[in-house]
Design a protein around this ligand. Structure first.
Ligand code: PPS
Length: 336
């Protein structure tokens, strides 16, 4: 067996319902021995996730008060989970003893398809989930089941595909078992541009949430990673307002917004002991979630030819949507 083939057990533990559906197209995945499965137009990164998505769609009943953090992998999920958790729970916790100081945000805000429906096919929501319930997902909008028909609030974070790709490529090579050879930049890039990346094609994922945010702005907030990096406070205010819990003047005066921004900043989170030693989904190390967090780091990896190819894909697939991306950092005012 080559490392590209799945081990026999990969599909063995699936439910019979899921096995019936396994005739869907499969392709080599990004993480060795795991295949990706094309389902409802998107790529599920493994058989286990494929089963979890089916179970989520069948069993999850959205409540109008639910809040869902949505994203493509490597777009700022860890950050947005932390910010949303901190905003919604700001009256429960003091900054000095905040749960985000001792837990990674992935362990406070669980994914439907990577946590809740993976470990327990029909999770019990009666306990542990005070309202508003806060969840996360990488599932594309059209496949969100009952959430689509509810009045739930979705916050989507989008990152420019150049940086998102480079971040994903680094991550995959960090978590690949040592026994397997690294995934080359060329191979990963080719798969990405063909749309074969986790929960991709990336353009369909972004467009799905973008269009819904235009149609139902009270229910879907579309944020951009690069804008959030530029002005965290403005986006924190927008986020709190969207969640129907705007910061009061007194909170503003007392520096609550700045305190949350600092608590959730890359620099602060990366330094925490829990993020040096702990693990999150799939038992991956928390430290793999904190690399550089820069806008424009892709220029250190992609050749001009790659840049041209990716730009073409973006133009072809997202041109005319009104969406634009900042792919390099905002330049400081030129010196006079
Ligand atoms: S995951 O696995 O999908 O949840 O990963 P995700 O969090 O979406 O993306 C990881 C990248 O986000 C950077 N990161 C942050 N940026 C800003 N603020 C905070 N707090 C933060 N935490 C993580 C992280 O460094 C990854 O980007 P790269 O470019 O690889 O550094």
């Amino acid at each position: 067996m080559t490392e590209n083939q799945p081990p026999d057990h990969e599909e063995k533990n699936l439910s019979s319902e899921c096995k019936e559906l396994l005739s869907v197209p499969k392709e080599r995945g990004w993480i060795t021995h795991l295949r990706q499965y094309q389902f409802q137009g998107f790529w599920c990164p493994s058989a286990e996730v494929f089963q979890a998505v089916i179970s989520f769609q069948k069993h999850f009943h959205a409540k109008d008060s639910d809040v869902v953090v949505a994203s493509l992998p490597k777009s700022g999920t860890t950050w947005l989970k932390a910010l949303t958790f901190a905003i919604l729970n700001r009256h429960r916790f003091e900054i000095q003893t905040h749960p985000l100081l001792t837990s990674n945000s992935h362990n406070l805000v669980l994914f439907f398809e990577l946590d809740l429906y993976t470990s327990n096919l029909v999770p019990d929501f009666s306990s542990k989930f005070p309202e508003p319930r806060l969840f996360a997902t990488h599932i594309p909008f059209p496949s969100l089941g009952t959430i689509k028909e509810s009045n739930s609030k979705i916050i989507y974070v989008c990152r420019n595909p150049f940086d998102s790709f480079v971040s994903a490529w680094h991550f995959v090579n960090e978590v690949r078992p040592q026994s397997s050879s690294p995934l080359s930049l060329d191979e990963a890039f080719d798969m990405y541009c063909q749309g074969m990346s986790a929960f991709g094609p990336f353009w369909d994922h972004i467009l799905g949430y973008w269009k819904e945010s235009l149609k139902r702005p009270n229910n879907v907030l579309f944020l951009k990673y690069e804008d959030m990096k530029e002005d965290g406070v403005v986006h924190l205010k927008a986020l709190a307002k969207f969640l129907d819990c705007p910061f009061t003047e007194e909170e503003e005066r007392n520096g609550v917004i700045e305190a949350i921004a600092k608590l959730c900043s890359f620099e602060a989170m990366k330094k925490l002991e829990i993020n040096k030693t702990g693990t999150f989904v799939m038992n991956w190390e928390n430290k793999t979630l904190f690399r550089k967090a820069e806008v424009g780091d892709w220029v250190n990896y992609l050749t001009p030819k790659m840049e041209e190819r990716m730009s073409k894909v973006i133009e072809e697939k997202l041109g005319g949507s009104g969406l634009t991306f900042k792919v390099i950092p905002e330049l400081a005012d030129p010196v006079q």
